[in-house]
Write a protein that binds this ligand. Structure first.
Ligand code: SF4
Length: 678
């Protein structure tokens, strides 16, 4: 019996877990107590990882659609068909008629090769579901600090004396983070949670602020107004390390804490108390998640967080920083690798001809397709209109995870050719012309970058089932047959190319990662560099080294409750599920705790509507409806409802309206109605 360390295939915390292997089969998990984030602990999802690995429904053979069913074929036939269909579309309609959805669950190397293939085939339209969770973090934090990433490691939270948590329910969604927040509390730190929902994370708070949905900017501007009024700003930091302060201050001129508090729906005294604690603490941190980003004002929300940190100089030190918690195990890495419509590897802007040519030359070309390309939601609109004709989807499930999924499903159904690489016959794969069986995390080697910027290597432990293959091999073969490159690279060779193209990964190699179980933090520019756990100690990653204040004013959510749709609706995650549920809904030890869609309502609303716990209701928005079971809950406020988004149908309800900068849809706020009987 041997034990192999791997990286958990679920959330962005990036816990390592050991796999016990006997006779070529994985027979159990081992807890790795030396991992700096998890310290050997795994949450319910990590503990259920083997149920996904060994699941009987794993795809084992390529499948070609035949009438209403599927025909199993060999790889030769599948790849010949794939190359010929993609090439036909490219020859007849040009590269931009193809779109590529990469995956925040696939390795860095797979994402790098995938976006490279898209761009070398002439399409700028490559994106992935980071668009749907943290694209405002990429855009907003890049604008303010120069890098769209978390500033401090998770265990560093233990050094924080004040932690402000906005729109994050990490107690359920990134459970290992709770350990470090509790550690900070044990050392005398104070914790504030602002969220419309009184989540299990709010139970950790010294003070909970039940803000109205979509009012984060009002809350943060109110705090900053109070900090200015009370003379608590860090003038030295502002003078030496920032630009844009006066223009930003002018944007708050004339407003009062009371006005901001009235919009946010909390008391001015609460705002002042949180502002004082945040500004005065020796080290303060902000943790946020999709409650902040999934709005038409997601970028504004992120920039307001950045303004607060700059105003108080709460960044660039142990315990002081901004920690956006990324959802999937490699969402940070997939962004770093350039699997985004507006960024090439290393966040080189597609719109910048010089940046484009630099990467093109590294790939042996003169130039690459101009961009930015279309984002996830825009790709679906284009498919609906016939401008996108062929699509390659690697490990994503947009038929469940996109907003207003009725339109997404219709758009996918209009494609001339859809190919899906995945572990299971997902809701999206069922719409494909060709389905390719992919290897999962334990069946392939490669690196993952967790939410902290910690790059970790995960070694292949067992063979994939049947004829399933690693995504890297599938992409490599696709490119080889389309004449894009001559041979299929290994993960190590691909990471070596990443190191040449992406300066922040310049010192990160497969060999180094294999010998560094705790991983390396980017930026790690050369082979002797130890990595950078804390960003911006001396300077920001901007041209002049200074952080930028960005004026942000409150905008109302684009949809408000009214006569026909009288309730606020919000969606989110729960402990036992992950993303579209493609993996966790199949894991019996998880799905038995949450087998079907529910809608949480406050007791005042259930009484008013004559509903009892467990009743079946139809939840409707202007875009769609879904049947759900009523769950009476004190977590939601009167007039608000909550649904978990891991189930098919829930996202028929959500809004496809986009943030103007980050192009994230406004998942988090909608108006809905309920009707008994479903
Ligand atoms: Fe896996 Fe995240 Fe749970 Fe850690 S916290 S075990 S990475 S799902």
């Amino acid at each position: 019996m041997s034990v192999f360390p791997t990286v958990c295939p679920f959330c962005g915390a990036g816990c390592r877990l050991g796999l016990r292997v006997e006779d070529g089969r994985v027979t159990g998990l081992e807890y790795l107590s030396d991992h700096p984030v998890a310290l050997g602990a795994l949450c319910s999802k990590g503990n259920a990882a083997l149920e996904v690995l060994n699941h009987p429904d794993r795809l084992r053979q390529p499948l070609v659609r035949e009438g209403n069913g599927w025909k199993e074929v060999g790889w030769e036939q599948a790849l010949t068909m794939l190359a010929s269909r993609l090439d036909d579309i490219r020859q007849n309609h040009g590269g931009p008629a193809l779109a590529f959805l990469a995956s925040a669950k696939a390795t860095n190397e797979e994402n790098y090769l995938f976006q490279k293939l898209a761009r070398l085939l002439g399409s700028p339209h490559v994106d992935h579901c980071a668009r749907l969770c943290h694209s405002p973090s990429v855009v907003g934090l890049s604008r303010a600090f120069g890098s769209g990433a978390m500033t401090n490691p998770i265990p560093d939270l233990a050094h924080s004396r004040c932690i402000l948590i906005l729109g994050s329910n990490f107690a359920e969604n990134h459970p290992v983070v709770s350990r470090w927040v509790c550690e900070a509390k044990d050392r005398g730190g104070v914790v504030f949670v602002a969220d419309p929902r009184r989540t299990p994370t709010a139970a950790l708070a010294d003070r909970y602020l039940p803000i109205r949905p979509g009012t984060d900017v009002a809350l943060l501007n109110g705090m900053m107004r109070a900090i200015l009024d009370e003379g608590l700003a860090d003038w030295e930091f502002i003078r030496h390390r920032t630009v844009g302060f006066e223009e930003w201050r002018a944007s708050l001129q004339g407003s009062t804490v009371e006005e901001h508090a009235a919009i946010a729906g909390v008391s001015p005294a609460d705002i002042v108390a949180v502002a004082r604690a945040y500004a005065r603490a020796e080290a303060s941190a902000i943790i946020y998640c999709m409650g902040v980003t999934q709005h038409t004002v997601g970028t504004d929300n992120v920039e307001a967080c950045a303004n607060l940190a700059l105003l108080c100089g709460q960044i660039g030190r142990p315990g002081a920083g901004i920690l956006p918690l990324r959802g999937q195990n490699n969402v940070q890495g997939a962004c770093d690798m350039g699997a985004l419509a507006e960024f090439l590897p290393g966040y080189a802007p597609v719109a910048d001809p010089q940046a484009r040519r630099r990467i093109a030359q590294a790939w042996g070309r003169e130039d690459l397709p101009e961009g930015p390309g279309l984002s996830v939601v825009e790709i679906m609109h284009a498919a609906h209109e016939g401008r996108i004709r062929g699509m390659v989807v690697m490990g994503e499930n947009p038929a469940v995870s996109d907003p207003a999924t009725t339109e997404t499903v219709a758009a996918l159904g209009r494609l001339e050719f859809l190919v899906v690489q995945d572990l299971f016959l997902t809701e999206t794969a069922r719409l494909a012309h060709l389905v390719l069986p992919a290897a999962c995390w334990a069946e392939k080697s490669g690196s993952y970058t967790n939410t902290e910027r910690r790059v970790q290597w995960s070694e292949k432990v067992v063979d994939p089932p049947g004829e399933a293959r690693p995504d890297l091999w599938i992409i490599g073969e696709m490119g080889r047959r389309l004449g894009v490159w001559g041979s299929v690279p290994t993960a190590g060779e691909t990471l070596a190319e990443v190191a040449r193209v992406v300066p922040a990964y310049g010192g990160i190699t497969a060999e180094r990662l294999r010998n560094t179980p705790a991983g390396l933090f980017w930026p790690c520019p050369n082979s002797s560099h130890p990595g950078t756990p804390i960003l911006y100690r001396e300077r920001f990653n901007t041209a002049d080294g200074r952080g930028r204040f960005c004026p942000v004013t409150y905008q109302m959510p684009g949809e408000q409750p009214g006569a026909e749709f009288p309730l606020w609706m919000t969606t989110g995650r729960v402990t036992v599920h992950y993303n579209s549920g493609a993996m966790t809904r199949r894991a019996p030890s998880l799905s038995r705790y949450a087998p079907e869609v529910w809608v949480a309502l406050h007791p005042q609303d259930t009484e008013r509507l004559g509903l009892a716990d467990g009743d079946e209701v139809e939840v409707r928005t202007p875009r769609g409806q879904v049947t759900a079971r009523v769950q009476i809950s004190q977590e939601v406020q009167p007039g608000q409802v909550f649904l978990p988004f891991h189930f098919p149908g829930v996202n028929t309800l959500t809004r496809p309206d986009l943030d103007r900068d980050a192009r994230i849809p406004a998942y988090k706020v909608a108006a809905c109605a309920l009707e008994k009987g479903g």
